[in-house]
Design a protein around this ligand. Structure first.
Ligand SMILES: O=C(O)CCC(=O)C(=O)O
Ligand SMILES: [Fe+2]
Length: 334
């Protein structure tokens, strides 16, 4: 059921043109270099893409009815290093992949961000099975991840309008994954919230809108914390946002439990779920609070060829961001 996800296939000539223009820009060695040069990388993409593809890509963040997009066939390293078993890889080992990700963010008008308590302040997260994370429910593990919204304890976009000075930064508005190595057995599953909600009655939806759910922070966040929130929020009565993450949510009443179970069932419905594989050079981006994503358990080989994706979080603006340290506008309190 991929009809609901905008898919763009770049041509051979587009890929080649991006590769050629990018190789004229200095290769990045650090995230600082990537941030400094992201507009230059975006110019390389802009020059090389067909007009129609360029418009389709730049429209994504502006169009409120578009929630997920895949751009397939972007350039990648010709010979990427081994999949890192500890989740660490220097930018200079994957300059193309890194530049493409930051260039796409600049083209889309999105700010990459990272949050305190996860990923040690780095923007790029390597979604790989790690030896330490093997039993963790996190992007570093190989356990199953149920349908979820990332960092869902943070204020959702409509909630930010109500809170004048929150002490937490906004929940990521975007999450992107870029394929470096594919494991054809392991899909990323993406469901559109609006499609799942079409199956629910008014009463169930109203239950989900009550602050009757206790949320705990996931494994990747270090220390555990608890919050009480609604699971869904409607903006202007139309656009729906969620902080769905069943594994970390405790409903406070039997009605809340039933509503959460019903939403989970429909997010997993075969008519709703999109099963996605990212081949090397494929870039998936979605509006984190308007879809849910999941992954099934798999067995890593730890032979240097395991599944590897680059993940970035994004916000439309840093205006409401609470900074960990005022010298770094991309490192946010969470
Ligand atoms: O491994 C995947 O396909 C998704 C991982 C995930 O949920 C994440 O990185 O946020
Ligand atoms: Fe996730």
């Amino acid at each position: 059921m991929t009809g609901s996800i905008k898919t763009i296939h770049l041509s051979y000539n587009e890929e080649k043109a991006i590769r050629q223009t990018l190789s004229k820009v200095d290769f990045p060695k650090s995230e600082k270099d990537l941030l400094n040069s992201m507009k230059d990388y975006a110019s390389c993409l802009q020059e090389s893409l067909d007009d129609q593809h360029l418009r389709q890509i730049t429209d994504f963040s502006k169009k409120s009815d578009e929630v997920a997009m895949i751009v397939r066939g972007l350039p990648m390293e010709i010979s990427p290093p081994q999949t890192p078993e500890d989740g660490k890889c220097s930018i200079s080992a994957i300059p193309f992949a890194s530049a493409i990700n930051f260039g796409m963010y600049a083209l889309l008008g999105i700010c990459p961000v990272t949050y305190l308590g996860e990923n040690d302040g780095h923007l790029i997260r390597h979604v790989v099975p790690t030896r330490n994370g093997i039993n963790q429910k996190s992007s570093y593990g190989s356990e199953s991840l149920g349908m979820h919204v990332d960092d869902c304890h943070l204020p959702l976009t409509p909630e930010l309008e109500e809170i004048s000075s929150p002490n937490l930064s906004p929940c990521p508005e975007y999450l992107s994954l870029y394929g470096i190595r594919c494991d054809v057995r392991v899909f990323t599953k993406v469901s559109l919230l609006s499609q799942a909600l079409d199956f629910l009655d008014k009463n169930t939806i109203e239950q989900l809108e009550q602050p009757n759910f206790i949320l705990t922070t996931p494994d990747s966040f270090g220390e555990k914390r608890q919050f009480e929130y609604p699971v869904i929020i409607r903006k202007d009565k139309k656009i729906v946002f969620s902080r769905f993450d069943k594994e970390f949510t405790i409903p406070k009443t039997p009605e809340a439990q039933r509503a959460l179970d019903a939403l989970n069932t429909h997010l997993l419905d075969s008519q709703v779920v999109n099963h996605l594989l990212l081949l090397p050079g494929d870039f998936l981006i979605f509006k984190n609070q308007r879809v849910t994503h999941a992954r099934e358990k798999f067995t890593p080989r730890f032979d240097g060829t395991d599944r590897w994706m680059i993940r970035l979080f994004g916000l439309n603006s840093l205006e409401k961001a609470q900074l960990v340290n005022k010298n770094n506008p991309y490192y946010l309190v969470a």
